[in-house]
Design a binder for this molecule. Structure first.
Ligand code: 6PG
Length: 476
């Protein structure tokens, strides 16, 4: 008997993915650098389906039916290169290596090109949904060649999450497109988490609510337009009491957020592409600020406004305002992320369908949310919006939310509670709305000190003013 697919790297994500394949009736070859993990998997979960364990790379490859489909689930970076090198030497033209880790898309492009020369398909694939998603149905974002998707798509769609019967898996585009989209997914994830954290902070510090009360507010939001995985788990976390101390669990966790790097990559890449992802960037910076204990200790003595909280009635209204601010800011985060996907798609010639991306994010992944249906609709409509914000549904939603959104940002500034995500999102919104930006003055300054030239509103051409001479304008 041969296996339909193989998984090497049996840490929790790889193990759960292998089980997911087996549970869907696929025979799975399983392999790990240390065989103990392979045996543990078969001992513990062998009854779930058909697993073929292999001790060595050679045995593993021999177990796979041709063309071989080999999924590697190892740490991004050097470990991934090492595993690719080891297996590529054992494969034949037409075989496929699927990298399901969080690789940088530039690495994926490099690896794809190198393996293509040897006739091997390299399929960099975003997989989202954490441990549970890997087992019960993740959202899957494969890149690579269309031929490889023809061979891999059905089996990946089989194990993916389903929403309204539609699998949360689609061919994103060639080479690094899948990992690029996964990277932006994570950037949006960071923004979403930051916005939720700001909402929690404001409800606590401005409205005086306790974590258990905030949990109830989030539960309420989760039955409305904000319904999403992250809102749901936030309510759960906030309602949880620490067993040791009896205190709200969130209060015993140190306030330093870590990161493995995908949010940072999103922002670095956005800078290179010239895409303003300010909400995502603020989320990355907010994590970074939280970790700087030294400057935070030094900053603790800085003056702020006199501490006040909103009174009863204002506090009750404030929760509704925060819901609006959260929804509006979340729309901005997705708009920025989609802008980045479209810019990446243009830069690398990927022809990514943003509507399809929104569709496969509806289930399985960390940012799954009810409103992704709206995003899909916006991009499926005959007039594809230039920005998500200008699509009818979102324009109306922002029109309805903007007063409350402004009140929340103003209140946070007045009370001295940082809300960089809400504020950056609102500034982006107002930036897009503004018929005229102060960029005109910046161009004038650039021309003044560096003869960098400017364009005029009333005539075509490029101009420079002799600032240090007669101050006359010259066409250049
Ligand atoms: C997912 C997640 C996952 C990511 C974690 C941790 O889609 O399942 O995005 O891939 O690794 O969320 O990310 P950080 O450690 O950077 O917060």
């Amino acid at each position: 008997e041969r296996a339909h697919i193989g998984v090497t790297g049996l840490a929790v994500m790889g193990r759960n993915l292998a089980r997911n394949f087996a549970r869907h009736g696929h025979t799975v070859a399983v392999h790990n650098r240390t065989s103990a993990k392979t045996r543990a998997l078969v001992d513990e979960f062998g009854h779930e389906g058909s697993f073929l364990p292999a001790d060595t790379a050679e045995e593993f490859v021999a177990l796979l039916e041709p063309p071989r489909r080999l999924v590697i689930m190892v740490k991004a970076g050097a470990p991934t290169d090492a595993v690719i090198d080891e297996f590529a030497a054992l494969l034949d033209p037409g075989d496929m290596i699927v990298d399901g880790g969080n690789a940088h898309f530039a690495d994926t492009r490099r690896r794809e090109a190198a393996l293509r020369e040897r006739g091997i398909h390299f399929v960099g694939t975003g997989i989202s949904g954490g441990e549970e998603g890997a087992l019960l149905g993740p959202s899957i974002m494969p890149g690579g060649s269309p031929e490889s998707y023809a061979a891999l798509g059905p089996i990946l769609e089989d194990i993916a999450a389903k929403v309204d019967g539609v699998p949360c898996c689609a061919h994103i585009g060639p080479d690094g497109a899948g990992h690029f989209v996964k990277m932006v997914h994570n950037g949006i994830e960071y923004a979403d988490m930051q916005l939720i954290a700001e909402a929690y902070d404001l409800l606590g510090r401005a409205a005086g609510l306790r974590p258990a009360e905030i949990a109830e507010v989030f539960q309420g939001w989760n039955s409305g337009r904000l319904e999403s995985y992250l809102i749901e788990i936030t309510a759960d976390v906030l309602a949880h009491t620490d067993a040791d101390t009896g205190r709200p669990f969130v209060d015993v966790v140190q306030d330093r957020a870590e990161q493995k790097g995908t949010g940072r990559w999103t922002v670095q890449t956005a800078l290179d592409l010239g895409v303003p992802v300010s909400g995502i960037a603020e989320a990355v910076f907010a994590r970074s600020l939280s970790g700087h204990t030294d400057i935070r200790a030094a900053g603790r003595g800085l003056p702020g406004p006199a501490p006040t909280t909103l009174d009863g009635e204002a506090a009750a209204r404030f929760a509704d305002d925060v819901e609006q601010a959260l929804y509006a800011s979340k729309i901005v985060a997705y708009a920025q992320g989609i802008h980045q996907i479209e810019a990446g798609s243009t830069e690398y010639d990927w022809a990514i369908d943003a509507g399809r991306v929104a569709e496969i994010w509806r289930g399985g992944c960390i940012i799954r949310a009810r409103f992704l249906n709206r995003i899909r609709e916006a991009y499926d409509s005959p007039q594809r919006p230039e920005s998500l914000l200008s699509a009818d549904y979102f324009r109306d939603a922002l029109a309805g939310a903007q007063d409350a959104w402004r009140r929340v940002v103003a209140t946070s500034a007045e009370l001295g509670i940082p809300a960089p995500g809400f504020a950056a999102a609102l500034a982006y919104y107002d930036g897009l709305r503004s018929p005229r930006l102060p960029a005109a003055l910046i161009q004038a300054q650039r021309d003044f000190f560096g003869a960098h030239t400017y364009r005029r509103v009333d005539r075509d051409g490029t101009f420079h003013t002799e600032w240090s001479g007669d101050r006359k304008e010259h066409a250049v």
